[in-house]
Design a protein around this ligand. Sequence first.
Ligand SMILES: Cc1cc2nc3c(=O)[nH]c(=O)nc-3n(C[C@H](O)[C@H](O)[C@H](O)COP(=O)(O)O)c2cc1C
Length: 192
Amino acid sequence: MKYEVMSEKRVSILGFAGSLRKDSYNKALLRAAMEMVPENAVIDAFDLEGIPPFNQDLEVRLPQKVKEFKAKVRAADAILIATPEYNYSIPGVLKNAIDWASRPYGDNVFEDKPVAVMSASIGALGGARAQYHLRQTFVFLNMHPVNRPEVFLTYAKDKIDIQGNLTDETTREKIKQLLEVLVTWTRELKTR
Ligand SMILES: Cc1cc2nc3c(=O)[nH]c(=O)nc-3n(C[C@H](O)[C@H](O)[C@H](O)COP(=O)(O)O)c2cc1C
């Protein structure tokens, strides 16, 4: 049975952050997730640096970095996204990568994938508005998002140290829970 096959193997999660910044708080969230990944799962991180601006003329001969990204998404059992909030939405860098990987028509590699979201912002809402925009995109992509827990790192400057470690215990615990739910959700979806 599908479920038994899946339960023997570790759930592979592809994680990426919607920020190219070296000291990105969202990259720090992803690193924290990698430290806390459950034993029955593994997180592979992908850096969106180098993905060119989307050009529909290139859909049939994808740039190398896009090919790599699409292959990683395709191979993953589940997706984990850490996004900043830019002007109350997601950064262009993240939307751009998603647009590439959803094309050409009929080859959307996000199709049917479970996904979990986290966000970090220097502000009081922790990127909540960006998360809800991102969740809207999941509808068309036909992804299956984890609803709870919601992971918002507010006032990120005060909760990530200069080495880039997430020091806020409440958020660490939330990330741990998010990963557990994502793994369970991924296994449940495989039983359909
Ligand atoms: C173009 C731009 C727009 C931003 N807009 C918002 C915003 O709408 N809400 C918010 O909370 N922070 C906003 N910020 C601040 C980000 O929260 C902050 O730069 C954060 O560090 C970005 O995430 P990163 O550390 O992962 O790069 C904005 C930053 C930039 C560069």
